[in-house]
Design a protein around this ligand. Sequence first.
Ligand code: UGA
Length: 437
Amino acid sequence: MKISVIGCGYLGAVHAACMAQLGHDVVGVDVDAAKIEVLARAEAPFFEPGLNEILHSATETGRLRFSTDIGAVRDAQVHFIAVGTPQRRGENAADLTYVDAALEGLLPHLGPDDLVVGKSTVPVGTAARLAARVAEAGSGAVLAWNPEFLREGFAVKDTISPDRLVYGVGAGESGERAVALLDEVYATALSHETPLIVTDYATAELVKVSANAFLATKISFINAMAEVAEAAGGDVTALADAIGHDARIGRRFLNAGIGFGGGCLPKDIRAFTARAEELGRGESVAFLKEVDKINLRRRERMVDMVVEALGGTVYQKKVTVLGLAFKPESDDVRDSPALDVAVRLNGLGAHVVATDPAAIPNSIRLHPQLGFATDTRDALRGADAVVLVTEWPEYRRLDPAEVGGLVNDRLVLDGRNVLDPQVWREAGWTYHGMGRP
Ligand code: UGA
């Protein structure tokens, strides 16, 4: 199929490359000339395992190209809108400027057999509004909403082999046309029995935000248990293991620590709250405000723990911060709890030396006031406290005896509860986890 992808950020670049890899003819379009230039060289503009490889192989087949010219979509029949929907400045609601601009740019190029497919995360009601706009423009094209569930770090795998597909389509013949075209786009995944849910626009939009709201709630639930465990003297990791054995609960996303961040979960729960309030159902999702608050409290708690462990002040203490990305296998520092902790400690007068295998360049851009070291051992040298805030495999594997020789004081604070307290204590370290003794 001939496909266009408007917006070549995280979602769009991965989608474009994966669709070409699956055999489609794809053009990716973005207004950011620098990004397009990098992608046109078959290079990923951000860190994502496996993306460089498929960009390279798909570009070599001639089935993948990139352009800054929206007119390049003209030959395509299926047009994915994959632009960002960031949080509006000073508000909780999502900013739909880029979605609206993408659609307006696309409209003059649509033919009667074309399909516009929304992939961006949007407030419920957006798809119906955009479908009306497509109909009004009179090309005969139709619109579908096809939310994306990829995780950063696993984006290629999640796009090639999704765990489910959701099509939100219009009623009647336009909906049937949309389903038929999407079935062609996703023929490979469908041939592998990927579950498919065909539904209306509103449900498809809600599936996406409710999935992220559920995941955020699960994380804040276990972090709330960590807060209680801290007060009562319990161990939240043992608690998570125990309740996780109940298949109805499940162990995944029950890792307590400094909480969730990134470009999706935080802004999506806020936008969902704002939209529900507009719909007169604010009380239905009022708990998401608590989810957000619990989450932000854990970052503060981490900072307080460092201050306490250093005897009441971090002023002029050397604090090594292991991790800056919002999660491992990513260079993304959007709303990163790890970077936030580093910045707060620096604000309290600590001499912060932060390190991360991938996220230093993005962190320097936002917070050049921090100290950085690319080498973990350099970062650790002379530390009064070591704070692990992103659980990269190399940090989980650190040998406490060996790194104990580098630091000034054997004090470690584990913001992700991934180190073995017993092993670290036996090596002479003072260990503090979050919600565990
Ligand atoms: C999330 C969803 O998991 C994807 O399904 C969704 O498609 C995506 O948002 C999106 O809307 O685009 P992602 O932002 O890549 O994906 O990150 P997650 O793996 O969900 O992790 C989010 C945050 O939660 C990270 O900061 C992570 O460290 C934290 N987390 C995760 C915990 O604190 N505890 C856990 O048990 C799990």
